[in-house]
Structure formats: C-alpha cells, structure tokens
Design a protein around this ligand. Structure first.
Ligand code: FAD
Length: 415
C-alpha cells in the first residue's frame, strides 16, 4: 500500500485525500487547525465554485451541500461610472449553463476532515515546517504540500518567468450577511466594476447560520474600497461597506439596507500578491515535496477561480498519482504533472491578471456588446466555469472583433 501525506486541509488537499483513500492508498492529512478551530474561526474566502469543479466533488462523493446551498444561477456585470452618483455605463446578466455554489469553508473543511478520519485517513494536527516535512518525506512515498497561502508554501521558489506581480493588486474585504435583498429573476453573483476604485461582488452562499450573501470588495490599494487599512470591528466594517455602496453603487446599497452580519467571525480584510511558484521543494535531506493548488499558483480572487482551480488541480494530481502505479514519485514526474495542470491554469492566471488592469478599448467594446447580444454575455459568464474558452478573444483585439461579429450574426440582437 502506498503512503501519501497531504499537508494542508483545504479545498485541494482534502478532495485529493478522498480520491486516494477510495483507491486504497494510506493517507496522512496534516492540518494546522483542528476542525473546531476552523469552524469557530474567521471566514476564509468567498469560495464560489463553478460547474466543472463542483462535478469533481460530486464524482468523489463529497458534494454534501447540494441540497442546502443556494444555487448561483448566473452572473451580472455592471460597469459603474466612477463619479459618485453616476449610473451604470454597461449593465447585463447571463445564466451559467451549470449552476455554481459557495459553501463557507468553515462548514466544508471540518465536515470533510471528520469524514476522512471516519474513512481511515490519519489526521495530524500540527503546523508543518521543514522538520515536519522531512519526517513526512521519510515515512511516505509522496508528500503533497497544499498549504494554500500559508507561510510554509513560501518555501517553494517564485517562478519569475510566470509570476507577473510582487505586490498585492487589490485590498480584499469580505462581509457575510443575512437580510440582503435577492437579485430579481434568478440568484446570481453580481459583479460591479468602478474604474479606478475597484470592484464589488455579491455572492449567494451557505454559512454556519444558513443561506446568506457575501459582500466582497476588491479595492485598489489606498483607494476608497480599501477597507484593510483600518482595523475595523465587524460592525464598523458593515457600516463602512454600506457607506461605500450608498456613494458608489446606489442600486447595490438598496439591496443591502437591511443586511446584518451573520456572525462576529463573518468578516475578513487583507491583501496578498498573486504568485506562481515552482512546484517542487527540495528539502535539506534532498527529498522532494510536491506543491499543489494555491501553494503553487495563487490568483487574486477577482475572477473567483481559486477554489475551482484547487479542485481541478486536485483532479490532475489524483489521476497522475493513480497512473503512476508502483513507480517512484520523482522530481520529473512532479514537474510533468504540474505542467499538465499549468496547461489549464495559465489561462486562469492570464485572464485573472487582465481583470486587475484597466481594460483596453476592444474589451470595453466586448463588454458593451454583451448588453445587446446575449450570446456574448453568455460566453463571458460561462468562461468563469471554463477560463480557457475565453481565449483567444479575451486577449486579442482582432479575435475579439471577430468573436463579437460571429456572435451577433448567430443570435438575434435584442434591446
Ligand atoms: C478574500 C478571498 C475571497 C476568495 N473568493 C473566492 C471565490 O469566490 N471563489 C474561489 O474559487 N476562490 C476564492 N478564493 C480563493 C480560494 O479560497 C482559494 O484559492 C482556495 O481555498 C485554495 O485552496 P487550497 O487547498 O490551495 O488552499 P486552502 O483552501 O487555503 O487550504 C490550505 C490549508 O492549509 C493549512 N495550512 C497552512 N499552513 C499550514 C502548515 N504549515 N501546516 C499545516 N497546514 C497548513 C491552512 O490552514 C488551510 O487549511 C478567495 C480567497 C480570498 C482570500
């Protein structure tokens, strides 16, 4: 029986553990927090996942919240005038072909940890550093480092040829609330961009106290949407969020007038730099550790891809481990496996990074065309489930013009 250690009990590591247990591997999961600490701690993410990634969880039989988590049926996009009081310049919505879902990681990870233990995984609660990685590498055939944005992941070397930034591009703040007015027509993520200021998202989700909404600001650092500068109490953060909405996004303010915090831990504020790292860590002993998901590729959450990408990375690694059979997990094998994931993830990185920059004129035309052409809106929205499908037209002016023309010809123009 092959022994695999997974360091980091998150969105990538835990599904990998389930997949390996299903195939008879002996699995050790290392978590720096107990299930109770995760459940009672701060929110970690807005964790909205899309259809293809949710299917990976379903295939592993770990989709325990399908019946209770609000469905995300679509996405709306608004480009708001940056002038306070100015209205929307571009405004449309479209349905996802397959609904998305956001289950608070404070629910999901403790439940998965308990389930893994019940299925025979060894769960070890410790904050792994070099010494612990060495011990695991000695006693296991493979050590996977899925510690997300944890300090230990920084032992993996930054890949300067693939990483575009070395400072945070947005200041992030999450406020989990009850009582926010539902969007009309169908439940959806509402994506509001305010040029030069930042973005505001509303995400239907499931939290500890039931269905809720997540109010998520991505502020350009030091600008008005940057709520990470002052250490605000939860209620001060909610007040600040409401004030910003009243000034910049009156329509969203109207939805949020009666919003109340879900719980004292339902807020988060901070910032981090997107990064791509090399996937293999060489320990002082010469043994290798294999990085997975956010430990290697961290995107800004502006595109809502981190959790879906974690599930997709898990699937690539799981299939590669199974295909490896009894052969050793060499550095070459690790690098090849990561390249397989990168053939997908590079599009996520490219698209996500593009959202952090002012859009070129042709992309504003694309977003504007989506107002009148539902097929354009649909292609952009369903790109959240399958980012490679956004290319080449998202990044190439000529391809973009052709794409708009084709979609306009194919589908009756409305409005
Ligand atoms: C504000 C914000 C909003 C987000 N919104 C979205 C969204 O809407 N959609 C989306 O898809 N993604 C979103 N993300 C990103 C998403 O949450 C992550 O990309 C995803 O959870 C990554 O999965 P992972 O398994 O790599 O890491 P994680 O899920 O972060 O798991 C890593 C685990 O490792 C543990 N750990 C760390 N160090 C150690 C150590 N030394 N020893 C043992 N354990 C350790 C951590 O405690 C954690 O449990 C958001 C992130 C943030 C910060």
């Amino acid at each position: 029986m092959r022994r695999i250690a997974i360091v980091g009990a998150g969105q990538a590591g835990l599904p990998l553990a389930f997949g390996l247990l299903d195939h008879g591997y002996e699995v050790t999961v290392v978590s720096d927090r107990t299930p109770d600490e995760i459940r009672n701690g701060k929110v970690l993410s807005s964790q909205c996942m899309f259809g293809a990634a949710l299917q990976i969880e379903r295939d592993l039989g770990v989709n325990d919240w399908d019946d209770v988590c609000p469905s995300v049926e679509g996405i709306s996009f608004t480009l708001q005038s940056p002038e306070p009081g100015g209205g929307p310049l571009i405004d449309w919505k479209a349905r996802l072909d397959r609904p998305g879902q956001s289950v608070d990681q404070r629910i999901k990870m403790p439940a998965w940890l308990a389930k893994l233990e019940a299925r025979g995984a060894r769960v070890s609660i410790q904050k792994a550093g070099v010494a612990e990685l060495e011990a695991l590498a000695k006693s296991h055939d493979l050590v996977v480092l899925s510690a997300g944005r944890g300090e230990v992941a920084q032992l993996l070397e930054r890949d300067a040829s693939r990483a575009s930034f070395d400072t945070p591009q947005r200041a992030l703040s999450l406020t989990y609330v009850h009582g926010l007015k539902e969007a009309n027509d169908y439940a959806r993520v509402s994506f509001n961009a305010v040029p030069g200021v930042g973005e505001y998202f509303v995400i239907p989700a499931l939290t500890l106290s039931g269905p809720c909404h997540i109010m998520f600001f991505e502020g350009i650092p030091q600008g008005p949407f940057d709520l990470s500068r002052d250490a605000l109490s939860p209620s001060e953060q909610l007040d600040a969020v409401r004030r910003l909405l009243r000034t910049y996004l009156p329509r969203e303010y109207d939805r949020a007038k009666r919003a109340e915090l879900t719980d004292a831990q339902g807020v988060l504020a901070g910032a981090f730099a997107p990064v791509v790292r090399k996937p293999v860590l060489s320990l002082p002993s010469g043994r290798a550790v294999f990085g997975l998901a956010d430990a290697v590729v961290v995107n800004d959450p502006i595109s809502g891809q981190g959790s879906s990408s974690a599930a997709k990375a898990c699937k690539v690694y799981l299939d590669a481990i199974l295909a490896r059979g009894d052969q050793p997990f060499t550095r070459d094998w690790m690098e090849q496996t990561f390249e397989q994931y990168w053939s997908y993830a590079q599009f996520v990185v490219q698209w996500t990074n593009s959202l952090l920059m002012p859009p070129p004129a042709y992309r504003v035309q694309l977003l504007d065309a989506a107002t009148r052409t539902p097929a354009v809106a649909s292609a952009i929205v369903n790109g959240f489930d399958d980012p490679p499908a956004l290319f080449p037209w998202w990044e190439d002016e000529h391809a973009c013009e052709q794409f708009i023309t084709q979609r306009q010809a194919a589908v009756p123009v409305t409005g």
